[in-house]
Design a binder for this molecule. Structure first.
Ligand SMILES: CCC/C=C/C(=O)SCCNC(=O)CCNC(=O)[C@H](O)C(C)(C)COP(=O)([O-])OP(=O)([O-])OC[C@H]1O[C@@H](n2cnc3c(N)ncnc32)[C@H](O)[C@@H]1OP(=O)([O-])[O-]
Ligand SMILES: NC(=O)C1=CN([C@@H]2O[C@H](COP(=O)(O)OP(=O)(O)OC[C@H]3O[C@@H](n4cnc5c(N)ncnc54)[C@H](OP(=O)(O)O)[C@@H]3O)[C@@H](O)[C@H]2O)C=CC1
Length: 294
């Protein structure tokens, strides 16, 4: 979407950048010329992604550089290390994409106390810790940085069977808005993206495992646009929100879900009714109208 070189000179940290959506967004940011630090717990995974993307994009003109630094977002010292290594390698940090998450589907009454803590610590506490570290660096160095948090549509609607994730994503969304209000005076923007279903191994293994996958509708079939999301579509939006082109947008969460949340509307599920059935419906209503007048 953005023109070549749109992110030239920018450095962006992507948490969870070794897999799934974080990897796809990292690929696009590099293509647009940004330098990117990817971080997550598994060093082998982020090293392999860094190697793969470097090789894959070698021929792209103006491509950015990639650095992989291991980090558990629940650990402030490891976050400080990612920040320090990024500044040492690329000179500065301009953007932070909080994309790391943990999640699994389960009836809430089956969860242990620790299960809740594990998800909330990664998603809410981790997002806060990373944002705090980078925000303090920006304020101290007078850099107008930008934070982008990967949320989810159920951060606002809520959802059964993923209660710890919904609670944590909901908290991170309110943090997005609260910090946007507070740090606007430093020129720091804080936004979020709320994706619907975008197939990744990490999400599908934990949210649509068998026998659930066979029992549930195909996620695309519940969506007005009739399909799941494409990683490129999400990467476009993320790059825009991390770029200066979105310079007047802050505290916003943009939904990208093919209209999935709209299916909560009372009658939105009627799209499978045929023309013939609608003829019958119309006839029946008109009959009732006539009857009510007589
Ligand atoms: C539309 C799609 C929206 C998508 C949104 C997303 O976020 S997709 C993103 C998807 N991507 C990811 O999630 C990627 C990262 N995810 C992960 O690494 C793991 O899934 C993790 C989140 C469990 C963290 O691993 P870890 O090694 O830090 O933790 P651990 O193994 O030590 O477990 C901690 C506690 O949780 C318990 N518990 C675990 N599973 C279940 C279960 N199914 N049932 C019940 N409980 C379960 C486990 O028993 C333990 O409690 P206990 O028994 O000690 O009291
Ligand atoms: N896929 C989808 O349909 C949707 C996804 N999302 C969100 O998109 C984001 C990416 O998810 P997706 O790509 O699908 O799934 P992935 O499982 O591929 O991504 C999650 C990433 O988080 C990293 N991570 C997990 N725990 C930690 C931790 N403690 N510290 C640092 N990194 C950690 C993982 O790396 P590692 O294991 O090496 O630490 C992994 O790279 C998440 O925020 C998710 O909630 C939202 C809505 C829909």
């Amino acid at each position: 979407m953005l023109r070549d070189g749109a992110l030239q000179g920018k450095t962006i940290i992507v948490t969870g950048g070794g897999t799934g959506l974080g990897k796809s967004i990292t690929r696009y940011l590099l293509t647009l010329g940004a330098n990117v630090t990817i971080c997550s717990r598994r060093q082998a995974v982020i090293d392999e992604t860094a190697q793969e993307l470097t090789t894959e994009l070698a021929a792209v003109e103006g491509v950015g550089r990639i650095l992989a630094v291991p980090c558990d977002v629940r650990n402030p010292q490891e976050i400080e290390n990612v920040l320090a290594q990024t500044v040492e390698t690329f000179g500065r940090v301009d953007g932070l994409l909080n994309n790391s998450a943990g999640n699994f589907i389960s009836p809430t009454e089956r969860l242990s106390y620790k299960a809740f803590d594990t998800i909330v610590d990664i998603v809410l506490r981790g997002t806060y810790y990373f944002t705090l570290a980078v925000g303090k660096y920006w304020i101290e160095n007078k850099i107008s940085g930008t934070v982008l948090n990967i949320s989810t549509t159920y951060a606002t609607t809520g959802s059964g069977y993923v209660v710890p994730s919904a609670v944590a994503k909901g908290g991170a969304l309110i943090m997005t808005k609260s910090l946007a209000a507070e740090w606007g005076k430093y020129g720091i923007r804080v936004n979020a993206i709320a994706p619907g279903p975008f197939p990744t191994k990490g999400a599908w293994d934990r949210l649509f495992p068998e026998p659930l996958a066979s029992l549930m509708d195909d996620p695309g079939s519940r969506i007005p646009l009739n399909r799941v999301g494409d990683h490129g579509e999400l990467a476009n939006l993320a790059a825009y929100l991390l770029s200066d082109f979105s310079g007047y947008i802050t505290g916003e969460s943009i939904t990208i879900d093919g209209g999935e949340v709209l299916m909560a509307g009372e009658f939105s599920h009627l799209r499978d009714v045929t023309d013939e059935q609608w003829d019958e419906v119309s006839k029946s209503i008109k009959q009732a109208n006539r009857a009510s007048k007589s």
